[in-house]
Design a binder for this molecule. Structure first.
Ligand SMILES: O=P(O)(O)OC[C@H]1O[C@H](O[C@H]2O[C@H](CO)[C@@H](O)[C@H](O)[C@H]2O)[C@H](O)[C@@H](O)[C@@H]1O
Length: 400
């Protein structure tokens, strides 16, 4: 038996609470596995209601704040009772499924690098479409969100990738901000957790249709988000290290640099503002509280929208690959599982319950994987070219 961290959610208020449960036979990402893990539904599930009764977090007010703080603490390395402690977020819940699943199979996510051949074999005859999260995937996690720069070598790799495959960046950040980091005009960008999508400003050779892409499903929330941003700046101004980031259609309250003793205070400050806004919900990312509209739109919906915009709505010959490290990326992993197309790759050093099929440990491994994809594609195009030329030569010889 080993201890496994599990997060329980009420699925409505955005309150998540972490607990540690004993799981038989868990192991870290198992590179020996030959197949991606099975789809959800085959997993052992535990009644959410039962767990909530035990944890007694169904109440409002102070209990709500306590639950937030517990969740903030549970995602902090000093409080994780997991076998391996090297990340700031070891587990999360799947709100949409509405129950938690802890079957040990879910943490067997072989390395996408080790399984490269299997992956490319599965994509044969299909168009690969790439979806990349930004923070923690293309750039390493740093203390200052304004300095989460992407390396030149990563930029060059993504540029090459976009030459061969339609490529989109899907981020919780404001679209303009993530663009200012990536600076590649040939990509699709989905900012604000997918609530702000724009097609390439350079024009894309990959796109089947002709219409310009723009999708902003939460535009009516803009005045409310601005109002809440100002209120959060005001209430948190005396909490050292707290940082409020305006991501246009959503907001981030960072606590990475806040002394843990001040986390309850910060959660209370955020709670006091959100009390007046039932149309906003709170979720948690990597040392960040995220506030966003309650609309049914997330990174998964953004992925579906982009596939449709690219002309692959009802195609069977498309192979979407989504790489991400964050809880919010689970929505996209889940969509891929449900469509039975392509797969997700979770960027993490620690085991997590996830809908992704494979794993990569950190951005440097993401870069290595993307380079392999580019090289593989170049090689297969070259092979096709040689084959075509040989066929033409044979035809010429036969006709002479
Ligand atoms: O969807 P993503 O592109 O992964 O964006 C999610 C959040 O990323 C940023 O915060 C995270 O990265 C920061 C820089 O490394 C780090 O300081 C912070 O602790 C992380 O949570 C971004 O600042 C947030 O607004 C995004 O929501």
């Amino acid at each position: 038996m080993t201890n496994q961290n599990v997060v329980v959610s009420d699925g409505k208020s955005g309150i998540n609470m972490a607990i540690t449960v004993a799981v038989a036979g868990t192991s870290l990402f198992n590179t020996a596995a030959q197949k991606p893990p099975p789809a959800p539904g085959t997993y052992i599930t535990i009644s959410k209601k039962k767990l909530l009764q035990n944890l007694d977090i169904n109440t409002g007010g102070g209990a709500r704040i306590n639950a937030w703080v517990d969740s903030m603490r549970a995602s902090s390395p000093t409080h994780i009772k997991s076998a391996v402690i090297s990340d700031d977020q070891t587990s999360w819940t799947n709100n949409d499924v509405g129950n938690i699943w802890i079957d040990h199979k879910q943490i067997h996510h072989p390395s996408a690098l080790d399984m490269f051949e299997q992956i490319t074999n599965a994509s044969k005859g299909k168009q690969i479409v790439m979806f990349l999260d930004y923070d923690g995937t293309l750039s390493p996690i740093v203390d200052d969100p304004d300095r989460a720069f992407m390396s030149e070598s990563m930029r060059a790799t993504v540029r090459k990738l976009a030459r061969y495959f339609p490529t989109a960046i899907v981020s919780g950040r404001c679209r303009d901000k993530v663009y200012s980091f990536v600076r590649l005009a040939e990509l699709y960008y989905a900012g604000s957790h997918g609530m702000d999508i724009k097609g390439p400003s350079k024009g894309s050779k990959h796109k089947k249709g002709a219409q310009a892409v723009l999708c902003q499903p939460a535009s009516e929330y803009l005045p409310m988000i601005d109002e809440v941003y100002k209120a959060l700046l005001e209430v948190t101004k005396d909490t050292p290290g707290a940082k409020v980031e305006n991501n246009k259609f959503c907001l981030s309250v960072h606590f990475r640099c806040v002394d843990e003793k001040k986390w309850t205070e910060l959660a209370k400050q955020v709670g006091s503002v959100l009390e007046g806004y039932p149309d906003l919900r709170l979720t948690q990312g990597r040392k960040v509280l995220e506030i966003r509209p309650t609309i049914k739109w997330d990174k998964g919906k953004a992925l579906e929208f982009l596939l449709e915009s690219l002309g692959y709505a009802n195609c069977t010959d498309v192979f979407p690959v989504y790489i991400g490290d964050d809880r919010t990326d689970e929505d996209a992993f889940k969509v891929l599982r449900e469509r039975g197309q392509g797969f997700g790759i979770l960027v993490s050093k620690t085991p997590k319950d996830t809908n992704a099929s494979y794993s990569l440990q950190e951005p440097s491994e993401v870069m290595a994987f993307l380079r392999c994809l580019v090289d593989w594609k170049k090689l297969s195009l070259r092979r096709q070219f040689i084959m075509r030329r040989r066929l033409e030569e044979i035809k010429m010889t036969l006709s002479n």
